[in-house]
Design a protein around this ligand. Structure first.
Ligand code: AMP
Length: 419
């Protein structure tokens, strides 16, 4: 397999698919440029080799074409600043003009294409929301043939293809997966960011040092079922935390007061516990909770055994006994996956459990464990607690990471790696 480090981009035009889908404020100013910065090592390597760049990305979910609100022009100046190069802009990712601009790129020059999602062909399906019937009718015209043409045009701009957009790796879109077919295996590769994500997922799911512990937190069982089911075939220990705790507690006959609970998932919770037993997976549940008399940071609180929560009270974090049990399991692990907080960490008074889990992970990592933190809110947790440098890897992937953990093949990875 080709790698970006080995590849010499001198004299080559590289089509780089990045994820520059950054948040913008109402004045179209970037409010968080993490994703743009994350792609810099890849982009800079190509330029310093003496290659030229065609940068392509999506932005938001435009409902019409073009929708100025989602124009990548808004980020042009910032990309230029970070790269230290005057980046050119193609106001349409298709068309003769753009093809000419791409063909005319000299070594060290950069072209940023307009939002790929201004064409339905990028996703290969109608966008789903239309301002009027005309738009709806037009959207239906996306055919395999059109998508093929679109993909072939993007591919025609370049000599090689680099995918550095892990955030969209779970989508079989034109620029994230289909385009790879137009390049032979020596001329397509992951970018540095994508490579790190792929290696991290591989270490967690395939090349796993044991014991392997997964900490699943967050709010609901329903949103994590597939992940939990897949993890039950992989992990040695499954720590259940967060709002999910109470569905399990109730299913086991405990009293949970007004805690979050999915009553239609009680049987499922028991089934998951049975499955764990059959697979020799140790499920670690909370034994105590920090409960509150309202869903508020200012609520009155107390610690109680997890199955003895009085009516009118709700569990908003784990208690000290649980923290110790979780930490002991985590510290004895060699591979750790953390997805989802142990409590309502947005309220300062209910951050203690998540912080304790984070700190235990840092300690285990110091002793040589591989730790991966991924999926929205646990990333927010390690950022909030300043623990980013203490864990092995913090995924930028969100949905893509979760699908990988569910055991799915990600089209963006498969397109380059071949499996
Ligand atoms: P998720 O997106 O599924 O990872 O869920 C994250 C959310 O779960 C966060 O916003 C937390 O506030 C919430 N959460 C965690 N523990 C609890 C709890 N005990 N009760 C209610 N919400 C919770």
């Amino acid at each position: 397999m080709q790698t970006i480090d080995k590849f010499n981009f001198a004299g080559k035009r590289a089509f780089v698919r990045v994820d520059f889908n950054v948040p913008l404020n109402e004045n179209s100013e970037i409010t968080d440029d993490t994703r743009i910065r994350a792609a810099m090592p890849t982009l800079k390597k190509i330029l310093s080799d003496g290659g030229s760049l065609i940068i392509a990305s999506h932005m938001g979910r435009p409902k019409k074409n073009p929708d100025p609100k989602y124009s990548l022009k808004s980020i042009l100046a910032h990309v230029s600043d970070l790269l230290g190069v005057d980046v050119k802009f193609a106001p349409d990712c298709m068309g003769e003009e753009t093809a000419k601009m791409a063909a005319g790129l000299k070594a060290g020059e950069v072209l940023l294409l307009e939002n790929l999602r201004f064409y339905e062909e990028e996703e290969g399906k109608p966008r789903g929301e239309f301002a009027n019937d005309d738009e709806k009718a037009a959207a239906k015209k996306v055919t395999k043939e059109n998508q093929k043409k679109f993909t072939a045009t993007l591919a025609s701009y370049a000599d090689c293809y680099v995918n550095d957009a892990f955030g969209t790796a779970h989508r079989a879109h034109a620029s994230t997966a289909l385009i790879a077919k137009y390049f032979d295996e020596n001329n397509k590769m992951f970018g540095y960011l994508m490579e790190k994500e792929v290696i991290a997922v591989h270490k967690i799911m395939t090349d796993t040092a044991r014991p392997f512990t997964a900490i699943m937190g967050g709010s609901k069982v329903s949103s994590k079922i597939e992940i939990i089911e897949n993890l039950l075939t992989k992990v040695d220990n499954l720590i259940i935390a967060g709002g999910m705790t109470y569905t399990f507690t109730k299913a086991l006959g405990g009293k949970i007061g007004n805690s979050l609970c999915e009553d239609d998932k009680l049987d499922l919770a028991l089934e998951l516990l049975e499955k764990a037993k059959a697979n020799n997976v140790k499920v670690v549940l909370a034994v105590d909770a920090k409960i509150a008399d309202a869903f508020s940071n200012e609520a009155n609180t107390q610690f109680v055994p997890v199955g003895e929560i009085p009516d009118g009270w709700q569990g908003l974090d784990i208690g000290p006994a649980t923290e110790k049990i979780f930490a002991d399991v985590i510290k004895a692990s060699k591979t750790i996956l953390w997805n989802g907080p142990t409590g309502v960490f947005e309220f300062e008074n209910f951050t203690h459990g998540s912080r304790a889990v984070g700190e235990a992970i840092v300690e285990a990592t110091k002793k040589g464990a591989f730790s991966l933190v991924g999926g929205g809110d646990s990333v927010a947790c390690v950022n909030k607690f300043g623990l980013v440098d203490g864990v092995s890897y913090v995924s930028t992937g969100g949905g893509a990471l979760l699908e990988a953990i569910e055991g799915r093949v990600l089209p963006g990875i498969e397109a380059i790696r071949g499996f």
